[in-house]
Design a protein around this ligand. Structure first.
Ligand code: SF4
Length: 80
C-alpha cells in the first residue's frame, strides 16, 4: 500500500524567505507573520512537480514532502 503524499513545513526551520509560496503559490501561502504555510497538504499528482520544486527552493530545508517514494526531503537546497 502506497502512502499518500504529505506536504508540510517544519516551523522550527522556516525563516520566512518566501520561496515556497513564490515557486508554488497553489500549495503554499504567507502567514500573518511572514512565514510559509501549507495550503494544500495532500498535493495531487499534477502538483507534485511544484511540491518538489518548493522542497528544492527552500534554503532552510524546511519543506518536507513524504509518501511519494524515496527520501522525504530528498534534495539539498539549490539556487533556482
Ligand atoms: S521557503 Fe522555506 S524558509 Fe522560506 S517561507 Fe518557505 S518554508 Fe519557510
Amino acid at each position: 500500500m502506497t502512502a499518500l503524499p504529505e506536504l508540510r513545513i517544519d516551523r522550527e526551520l522556516c525563516a520566512g524567505h518566501g520561496r515556497c509560496f513564490d515557486v508554488a503559490p497553489a500549495l503554499f501561502a504567507e502567514d500573518a507573520e511572514g512565514y510559509g504555510q501549507v495550503v494544500a497538504p495532500a498535493p495531487d499528482a499534477d502538483a507534485l512537480g511544484d511540491a518538489r520544486l518548493a522542497v528544492r527552493a527552500c534554503p532552510e530545508q524546511a519543506v518536507r514532502l513524504s509518501g511519494v517514494g524515496g527520501a522525504g526531503r530528498a534534495h539539498p537546497p539549490e539556487e533556482i
